[in-house]
Design a protein around this ligand. Structure first.
Ligand SMILES: Nc1ncnc2c1ncn2[C@@H]1O[C@H](COP(=O)(O)OP(=O)(O)OP(=O)(O)O)[C@@H](O)[C@H]1O
Length: 518
């Protein structure tokens, strides 16, 4: 591998307690109001807090639509945040604009899931990788004079900050030039002349040539060669295209890479090679990664820490080894149950979650996972089997959905005239959901009353009757996020409750639990 793609520091060895990126209470909403219609915004990222330390890999995991990509894009300033902060070296990068935002976007780059979609098939690989260099007018050559403080003239500018490209040592009679690794320049490519208090620096190499050499170095760094420069993306395999995407992301010498499902579209053996490459690059260049995946098994070997995302929030986070061996949130347990030999303490069958996540336009009032949670806390007031609880949850969801959907013209008329609405759907609902379960007499009375309310057209009130009688804390409360290396945003973290694993083991042992597993 070329050594010209420069290491910045000794990666994790130097990591301090101060996070490199500190995300706090971040919201990113997609507003979908148009001229004709307006609806609630999509709460793609909803109250996320997460730290990323220098040189580490954070695996961000969750099912499709949970907000992982939006979080990564907001971090890079590609989406605007609606609330919260993303602090990097003391600055909130969500508040940057203009040159400052461009500067941040040089420090942090995005690697896309699908290299095919993100590449223009009509330009060569060389041009694809070189594009960010052109856009950012790279290189900007900075000079630090060692020995005396001199004015800088010519192609270079005096160095500010901690990353000059050239050092000019003026302590001796002839100025001596040292070039930082990042630049594909040798000392001979640079002419330095001292005139009194000024040092003039001229590049003997044209910027186009410097960029081309930089691309050659980047291709070598990702395991490709110079001859690939002139080829087109369609001439490459999926794995090679992902290497091209990585080379392009590295062009401006970033410190942070957001890798959005970088191996999901690849065969397993190719996945392993790309993950190895990413690990090598991280070691060589001191990179920090936010590695997005929908499957925990993918991040298992590369992630130092894991954050599990569900419906726009982080439900659990911690060191990768702890997440695998000691999962605390029921959603994490269910994800791990799908991975054979995951090493997690869950030894039951695979837990298949019921239904789909709620709409991020209308998230539940309490815990976002409550509608599907197999370890949901149940109120003590009733002695009801878990399967019946689930039927009551479904009944609530149906009333709520009906309350929010369009009313048919006939139902609307019946409601206006105070007549009962067409009750055949409700009768069917009752026989399917309720008649198959045994309910205590007083519980049945409440259910009957809710059906009666719905028959008179007030599904919202029917839903409220069910929720008030049978809802639990999980429906009403979303615990605050915890700070610290290990977080679990589940009410079961409170000492009065059994933890998720104990609850799930008990419910899975109960034939009547309705814990969908296969
Ligand atoms: N540009 C957009 N406009 C409106 N809604 C959007 C937009 N982009 C994403 N969303 C919605 O925001 C939510 C989060 O999407 P996001 O792509 O961030 O999730 P994800 O976890 O990365 O999913 P995937 O793995 O499918 O990419 C989804 O409901 C999605 O439909």
């Amino acid at each position: 591998m070329s050594n010209r793609v420069s290491p910045r520091h000794d990666a994790a060895d130097e990591s301090s307690d101060e996070p490199f990126v500190s995300i706090r209470n971040l919201n990113t909403y997609y507003d979908s109001s148009g001229i004709v219609t307006s609806s609630d915004p999509v709460r793609a990222v909803d109250g996320v807090s997460l730290d990323i330390h220098e040189g580490e890999t954070v695996g961000l995991v969750g099912e499709s639509g949970s907000g992982k990509t939006t979080l990564g894009r907001t971090l890079l300033g590609l989406e605007d945040a609606d609330a919260g902060t993303v602090e990097v070296e003391g600055r909130d990068v969500t508040a940057l604009s203009g040159d400052e935002r461009r500067e941040w976007q040089q420090k942090a780059a995005f690697v896309f899931q699908d290299p095919e979609e993100s590449m223009n098939e009509r330009i060569t690989v060389g041009e694809i990788v070189r594009e960010p260099l052109e856009v950012h007018d790279w290189p900007t050559v900075t000079v630090e004079t060692v020995g005396q403080s001199l004015a800088v003239a010519g192609d270079a500018v005096p160095a500010e900050g901690d990353t000059p490209d050239l050092f000019v040592d003026v302590t001796g009679s002839d100025p001596e030039v040292t070039v930082r690794d990042r630049l594909p320049l040798r000392p001979d490519d640079i002419a330095v002349e001292r005139d009194g208090d000024t040092v003039a620096v001229e590049l003997r190499k044209h910027p186009e040539e410097i960029r081309q050499d930089r691309v050659f170095d980047l291709l070598a760094a990702v395991g490709l060669s110079e001859e690939h420069y002139y080829r087109y993306p369609h001439q490459f395999s999926g794995g090679q295209r992902q290497r091209i995407g990585i080379a392009r992301a590295l062009a401006l010498d970033p410190e942070l890479l957001v890798l959005d499902e970088p191996v999901s579209a690849l065969d397993v053996s190719v996945q392993a090679r790309i993950i190895n490459l990413l690990e090598e690059l991280q070691d060589d260049l001191g990179l920090t990664y936010l590695f997005i995946a929908h499957d925990l098994s993918v991040v298992r070997h590369i992630a130092d820490r894991v954050a599990v995302m569900y419906l726009g929030t982080i439900v659990e986070s911690g060191p990768a080894a702890d997440i695998f061996t000691d999962p605390e949130h029921p959603y994490t347990v269910s994800l791990l149950s799908a991975i054979p030999g995951s090493g997690s303490p869950w030894d039951g069958d695979r837990i298949t979650l019921r239904g789909t996540p709620p709409s991020p336009r209308d998230p539940p009032a309490g815990c976002p996972f409550a509608t599907r949670c197999p370890a949901k806390i149940r109120p003590d007031d009733w002695d009801i089997p878990e399967a019946t609880w689930r039927a009551l949850d479904t009944l609530y969801a149906v009333f709520r959905t009906r309350a929010r959907s369009e009313t048919s013209a006939m139902d609307y008329l019946n409601r206006l005239l105070g007549r009962e609405i067409d009750s055949s759907a409700l009768t069917e609902l009752r026989s399917e959901l309720i008649d198959t379960h045994e309910l205590p007499e007083d519980a049945l009375e409440i259910v009957e009353s809710a059906f009666e309310t719905a028959r008179h057209g007030d599904d919202e009130a029917a839903a409220v009757e069910i929720r008030e009688a049978f809802g639990s804390r999980c429906d009403a409360e979303h615990p605050d996020p915890e700070d610290g290396p290990r977080t679990n945003r589940c009410l079961r973290r409170e000492h009065q409750y059994d933890d998720a694993l104990t609850t799930l083991s008990r419910r899975s042992g109960d034939d009547d639990a309705g814990l969908d597993s296969n």
